[in-house]
Design a protein around this ligand. Structure first.
Ligand SMILES: CC(=O)N[C@H]1[C@@H](OP(=O)(O)OP(=O)(O)OC[C@H]2O[C@@H](n3ccc(=O)[nH]c3=O)[C@H](O)[C@@H]2O)O[C@H](CO)[C@@H](O)[C@@H]1O[C@H](C)C(=O)N[C@@H](C)C(=O)N[C@H](CCC(=O)O)C(=O)O
Ligand SMILES: Nc1ncnc2c1ncn2[C@@H]1O[C@H](COP(=O)(O)OP(=O)(O)OP(=O)(O)O)[C@@H](O)[C@H]1O
Ligand SMILES: N[C@H](CCC[C@H](N)C(=O)O)C(=O)O
Ligand SMILES: [Mg+2]
Length: 495
């Protein structure tokens, strides 16, 4: 694409020299290490380094133009285009470069502290059952139809997002569901995405390393709703799908000028679960919606998953999927990678791997297990390094409150001392709360819990779910809770 053409996506800019009509842009890059000949390099000020410091490297690698927001020294032959905000410019340029791909597909965004990944996978199953071609973007991976692509972030930056949506369109995807993290909303990674539907799951404590406080965290989440398609024609309805039972629902409803569809269990809502029956191996409820009601029997466990199913069903009916198809899909879903995933090697006790890494999700998972367990519950849990420190004591409190024994261990210590992270957790406990053991080495912690388990006990290994690594320092070492648990069960030898 011609540079002069691409720059039409920017409202105002200044250039160091007149833009030559012939300059062709072959690609856009934000990382100097990835620049290829003929690219446009956009300088982004990061949390760690400043992209403006890498212009020289970008030019050496063949960048033919630079977008910057602060004065840079430059090679006279390369035009520099100055804008007031390079992050916003990146989104606009990417949308233009990839020819506005989200205008060509139905796009559903999911935000909230817990449940996003689960809901996007439920939606994928529903839309597949509806004979549509699907794309998924989120924590585990990106998926284009059945092809999985590895990603670094739950929500990629604006450039990689628009590129991914174009790839989806090239593969005839017509509906995409993506997790929209609060970090992404705060950093403008989803500027330029034309959401048709925005889902809110719930709000509870997490990420207070990044957000100043819970209000700031909620403000970031609300951006998905305030950015929801105000420029759309009336015949194309946009929906905000909101959990009525969550205290944040009132503010989020006010944040959007679009249609609102609420879902819930306790409070009166547009879409409701009635007659909920929770069992150890399945869940049943009646799904009541504005287009009718239908009985659902699902293999997902726990009330929190009823909420996830309500959210997914609500979005699906807004996208004209029939109740019959929603039922068929929800009932076919066996689970999501690393979420409440049983590890079964023929042993006579239960082992579950789950991704609970917040106080609220840990409480949900432990209270769900408590409902069915009649013998000992052991939880193996840690807290991530270089992440919200204030959730550590809260997670320890939840662990000792709902489990008979907690084994505190490491969960991606990153650049922190794992002993100190566990110390921060233990600080949350009083002298009467002694039902815990500290085993820093996660493998040994899992082995210990499994070794001690007796017939019908339940061991829940929380926090890492689908992850296949342990990040120590800046290095990622292969580690999979499910593999370690399976090995430990075999070594115990009662299966
Ligand atoms: C705190 C945070 O959000 N950081 C994100 C941010 O990185 P950063 O600001 O540190 O970037 P940086 O390293 O300073 O680089 C600045 C610029 O210089 C460029 N650069 C850098 C080095 C170089 O040699 N040349 C060069 O050009 C970089 O490409 C970049 O454009 O921008 C990067 C690119 O988009 C992200 O990958 C990165 O996410 C990091 C890996 C991260 O851990 N983020 C977490 C906190 C996060 O975003 N999590 C949420 C999910 C949370 C949840 O809901 O559970 C997510 O959406 O993933
Ligand atoms: N609706 C929910 N409410 C509370 N807890 C939930 C809910 N759904 C799932 N959980 C718990 O949270 C964990 C993470 O679920 P999931 O991966 O779907 O959430 P997420 O919002 O994508 O998380 P992340 O922000 O890390 O990407 C699950 O393993 C389960 O323990
Ligand atoms: N997306 C979450 C994942 C946390 C998972 C847990 N295993 C950890 O590393 O803290 C985060 O980045 O906070
Ligand atoms: Mg997720």
């Amino acid at each position: 694409m011609k540079l002069i053409q691409l720059l039409k996506s920017l409202a105002f800019y200044r250039t160091t020299q007149p833009i030559d009509d012939h300059i062709e842009i072959t690609d856009i890059h934000v990382d100097s290490r990835q620049v290829t000949s003929g690219s446009l390099f956009v300088c982004i000020r990061g949390f760690t380094v400043d992209g403006h410091d890498f212009v020289e490297e970008a030019v050496q690698k063949g960048a033919t133009a630079i977008i910057a927001e602060k004065l840079i020294k430059h090679n006279e032959n390369i035009p520099v285009i100055y804008v007031s905000d390079t992050t916003r410019a990146l989104a606009m340029l990417s949308v233009h470069f990839y020819n506005d791909p989200t205008n060509e597909l139905e796009l559903i965004g999911v935000t909230g502290t817990n449940g996003k990944t689960t809901i996007t996978y439920l939606l994928e199953t529903i839309f597949k059952a509806n004979q549509q071609r699907t794309g998924v973007i989120g924590t585990i991976q990106m998926k284009i139809n059945d092809k999985a692509i590895e990603t670094n972030n739950t929500t990629p930056d604006a450039l990689n997002l628009q590129k991914a949506f174009r790839k989806m369109r090239d593969e005839d995807v017509n509906v995409a569901m993506m997790e929209v993290s609060s970090h992404a909303l705060d950093q403008g990674r989803v500027f330029g995405c034309r959401f048709d539907t925005a889902i809110f799951t719930n709000l509870s404590q997490d990420h207070l390393d990044y957000h100043k406080d819970m209000n700031d965290y909620l403000r970031a989440k609300s951006l998905l709703f305030s950015q929801l398609g105000n420029d759309y024609p009336l015949n194309q309805k946009r929906f905000a799908i909101i959990n009525e039972d969550d205290v944040a629902s009132a503010l989020l409803k006010k944040s959007t000028g679009q249609y609102v569809l609420t879902y819930g269990y306790h409070k009166q809502a547009d879409v409701m679960a009635k007659n909920v029956k929770l069992h150890i191996d399945h869940t049943s409820f009646q799904l009541e919606t504005p287009i009718g009601s239908i009985d659902i029997q699902s293999r997902l466990i726990g009330l929190f998953n009823v909420y996830n199913m309500l959210a997914a069903a609500s979005a699906a009916i807004c996208h004209n999927v029939s109740l019959h198809t929603i039922k068929e899909a929800l009932e076919s879903m066996t689970g999501v990678d690393g979420r409440f995933e049983p590890v079964v090697v023929g042993q006579d006790f239960g082992v579950i791997v789950d991704y609970a890494h917040t106080p609220d999700s840990l409480e949900n998972v432990l209270t769900t297990i408590q409902e069915f367990a009649n013998k000992k519950i052991t939880v193996v849990v840690g807290c991530g390094g270089d992440r919200d420190r204030s959730k550590r004591p809260l997670m320890a409190q939840v662990a000792v409150k709902y489990a008979d024994e907690a084994v505190f261990t490491s969960d991606n210590p990153r650049t922190e001392d794992p002993n100190q992270i566990i110390e921060d957790m233990v600080q949350g406990l009083n002298e009467k709360e002694t039902n815990y053991t500290v085993i820093v080495d996660r493998k040994k912690a899992i082995e210990y819990a499994i070794q001690k388990a007796e017939s019908e006990d339940i061991v829940i290994i929380a926090g890492k779910g689908h992850e296949t690594y342990q990040q120590i320092g800046t290095e990622k070492i292969h580690f999979d809770d499910r593999e370690v648990a399976r090995e430990a069960i075999k070594n115990k030898g009662n299966c």
